[in-house]
Design a protein around this ligand. Sequence first.
Ligand SMILES: [Cu+2]
Length: 136
Amino acid sequence: MNKKIVLGIAAFAVLAVVAIWFANMPNSSVTGNAIKTTSSGNVKEFVMTSFYDDKGIWFSLKEISVKKGDIVRIKITNIKGNHDFVIDEYGIKEITPLDKEVVIEFTTDEVGEFIYYCSVNGHRQKGQWGTLKVTE
Ligand SMILES: [Cu+2]
């Protein structure tokens, strides 16, 4: 008799510990709109630098091609000069400090071609722009 009661209490204690542990797990079961962990959208990652040379001012990638609905992640490192990264249609305008990786992330919701460029005076005219192509 006593053994059964002790076993019952032990089993209950174990269950209680497990329940408390689950309750304290950090957001493991939260389903909201955490974009980075979603499995329904594809994350397309691109890495580029911004810089200038004697021929002009540049982003190392001249073109980015993705599908509508993709999550686009662009990692930009400014390795020479003062630059930013702008896509007007997506309301993106990020300053890219020297030698620091800046991560820009957004979800494409429209098919088309969009220009990304640096808005520092004269840079776009000297070549610092590219095309984001979004297809169906
Ligand atoms: Cu620039």
